[in-house]
Design a binder for this molecule. Structure first.
Ligand SMILES: *Cc1c(COP(=O)(O)O)cnc(C)c1O
Length: 458
């Protein structure tokens, strides 16, 4: 028989305890944390959906690799394994190992960027934008129009607006463009996938104007899953073939291996161009490390090489995307306003629609994040006016474009019953929605305030 139930395609060999708290204890804990879940201790959290970054469970093969790690300063065996894994996937012969994604971004964008330069992306991830802007260049997001409507169901809401790209290249002048960066999947745009057709169109424009085309490929395997199942003509290709086809279109790639490479720390830059590689190698050696380890231990490179292969296992990918969709579908059926369709690594909730009585300057997303913790011990992250809000000269809040809350699912960490528990918590959130009130900020730092700001209920 063919089973309908999708099971976790792994068994558990080693476990970590979850400490169960009572609602009364959580009321005190969240008050002591100034109503900011970033300030909670992880042991006080029951289900931690803060991020999918660096939170994956490694396989027994990866742990075996950790023991085999070759810690030689130069020419480590583990480096050659990582090199082979990255090369066989990307087809790019120059590879720079970095300690995480943003280290690669700093190396690449400090060199390509600077005052007067402009970068385009479907959406720059926040560290990407920060690294581009820090060196004086401009980062411009050009998602498609359909991405802006959270309830619209479309297969590739992560795509870049290619007409707009061409228009902006003409406007700024091709020689001023640092690079075009395609983020797959589009993390800040709701984990929505990018189509192969979109990548082909971008390649064409970059060829026409002689501009560098880079992939921010943190979730390339999850993106390949969506392409195989949603894009015409792709259904008979394997996930790894689809990923290779996309890499084939780009001139370079930057990866945070903390996502789809199933490791807790790591990253790389992959390139084709010899001259660019030489320039960037100097920067790697100055700030990360020698070319055969960069920012990584031998054991990390070993685990990364193994993770990069495991991620393309069809059973794993099906479980991964369908279990995220399962959470999304159940919340949607319950009437929770979520971003549709569900992306690869997370479910995003529209807190403005959930709590229409809480205005943006009273932070509806923060209210939801606190409710989730109080009711279920679940930790999520606000992606709204706490994270992106700015103040006018008169001290008025200029709200973010949307008030979202992200439930990011760590890879291979939680089981079906954990997800059921999250769904059950939301039924309580829905029942209680009229009684929830907003928050005010009582203390905040100048930059990246969401990490450390202190709140008070209104
Ligand atoms: C996580 C992430 C980065 C940055 O990687 P780090 O490993 O956190 O430094 C860059 N781009 C995207 C799309 C990401 O998701």
């Amino acid at each position: 028989m063919i089973h309908k139930t999708i099971i976790e395609p792994f068994k558990i060999k080693s476990v970590e305890p979850i400490y169960l708290t009572t609602e009364q204890e959580r009321l005190e804990l969240i008050e002591a944390a100034h109503y900011n879940p970033f300030l909670l201790h992880s042991t006080d959290v029951i289900i931690d959906l803060l991020t999918d970054s660096g939170t994956s469970a490694m396989s027994s093969e990866q742990w075996a690799g950790i023991m085999r790690g070759d810690e030689s300063y130069a020419g480590s065996q583990s480096w050659f394994k990582m090199y082979d894994a990255v090369y066989s996937l990307t087809g790019m012969k120059h590879i720079l190992p970095t300690h995480q994604g943003r280290a690669g971004e700093r190396i690449v964008y400090s060199h390509l960027g600077g005052p007067g330069k402009v970068f385009f992306s479907n959406t720059h991830f926040d560290t990407t934008r920060a690294n581009i802007e820090f060196y004086g260049a401009t980062a411009i997001d050009i998602p498609t129009q359909e991405a802006k409507d959270t309830s619209l169901i479309r297969p590739f809401k992560g795509n870049m607006d290619v007409d707009k790209l061409e228009e902006l290249i003409k406007h700024y002048g091709a020689s001023n463009i640092g690079a075009v960066i395609l983020t797959v999947t589009n993390n800040s745009g709701g984990g929505q996938p990018v189509s192969m057709q979109n990548a082909h169109q971008i390649r064409k424009v970059c060829n026409q104007y002689d501009i560098l085309f880079l992939l921010d490929c943190c979730r390339i395997a999850e993106n390949s899953y969506f392409i195989k199942h949603r894009e015409e003509g792709m259904e008979n290709k394997s996930y790894v073939e689809i990923a290779r086809e996309m890499f084939n279109l780009a001139d370079g790639a930057i990866m945070s291996a903390k996502k789809d490479a199933l490791v807790n720390m790591g990253g790389f830059v992959a390139l084709r161009d010899d001259a660019l590689f030489e320039e960037l190698t100097s920067l790697l050696i100055i700030t990360e490390g020698f070319t055969t380890y960069g920012g990584l231990s031998g054991r990390d490179m070993e685990a990364l090489a193994i993770g990069l292969k495991e991620i393309f296992d069809p059973h794993y990918l099906e479980y991964r995307v369908k279990s995220t969709a399962y959470l999304g579908e159940h919340l949607h059926q319950m009437g929770v306003p979520i971003m549709l369709p569900t992306g690869g690594h997370a479910v995003y909730i529209d807190a403005k629609k959930l709590y229409p009585n809480i205005p943006p300057h009273e932070y509806p997303g923060q209210a939801l994040v606190v409710e989730l913790y109080k009711i279920g011990g679940i930790r999520a992250v606000e992606i709204g006016s706490v994270m992106f809000g700015k103040y006018s000269d008169g001290g008025q809040l200029i709200p973010a474009a949307a008030e979202l809350v992200r439930l990011a699912i760590p890879r291979r960490v939680y089981t079906q019953s954990h997800i059921e528990y999250v769904i059950e918590t939301f039924s309580n959130i829905m029942r209680n929605r009229e009684h929830v009130r907003g928050y005010e900020i009582v203390e905040e730092p100048k930059f990246l305030r969401h990490f450390t700001a202190k709140f008070q209920p209104l």
